[in-house]
Ligand binder design. Sequence first.
Ligand SMILES: [Cu+2]
Length: 297
Amino acid sequence: MNRTPAAAAALLLTLTLAACGGDDDSTDHSAHAAQSSAGHNMADMNGMTMDMSKVGDGTAASLGGYRLVDVKAPTQPGKAGKLTFTVEGPNGVQKDYTRQQTKLMHTYLVRKDLTNYQHIHPSLDTKTGEWSVDLTVPEPGPYQLVTEFQALTPEGEFDDRILGTEITVEGKYTPVTTAPAALGTASVDGYDLKIDGQPKVNGDKLMLSITKDGEGVSTLQPYLASFAHITGFRQGDLSAVHVHPDEMPKADDANATGGPDLTLAPMFTKPGRYRMFIQFQTGGTVHLVPMDLEVTA
Ligand SMILES: [Cu+2]
């Protein structure tokens, strides 16, 4: 297969962590980092279908020739520790990465009961290929660790991959079964969020609206080169979906503003109850709020 990185990214739409500008983080540079400032237009990707069998949904540690290996995570609740892992590809340990949403690696952690979500960005040791990041897991239980990155193929191209594995934090696990709010709604820090549209497998776009005191919020700031980051997990198998709104801040425009309505491309391939973790930024503060959705077949 001889696809350009851009074409590959375009195929993989909602997981679309492809190059959306804002490439100004110098802490984790790699040789291919510059490639990601190509600035694909998200709108170009609308209507494309993603190849989940190749990308993955975070439920498998191994997929399409890539493996998540040597995963070490804190095992004691509430104790500061470190998460480390390595990605192996067809040519051995992958040490060369390209950015998606300004980062070389996105990592999500969620407890089996869909609580205790964390979205963190490990740093790469380019000599060994090991990723590491400080991590404290406050509560005991089984967790799904999900890593999202661009796999470097033997052809020298980059393809989206989402690999995952379970980690366990010692202690008594008491699952929380209450929903955060009514389906399709959420509130955080004085902001009210609502998703309109029918969440459906291969369904239509959804609309996320953010209001405060009844007024639309149009002061959303770019966070990781997007007006919102939405990572969802399906209740039960914890399969992951990830989407960014079609409305994108202009690349490298730190003063860009967005909202109140954000369009979400179709992202679901399996029905069920999902908890979406929505992150957005206003006034320099990143807000995080869970929202449950029922996705029909
Ligand atoms: Cu991230």
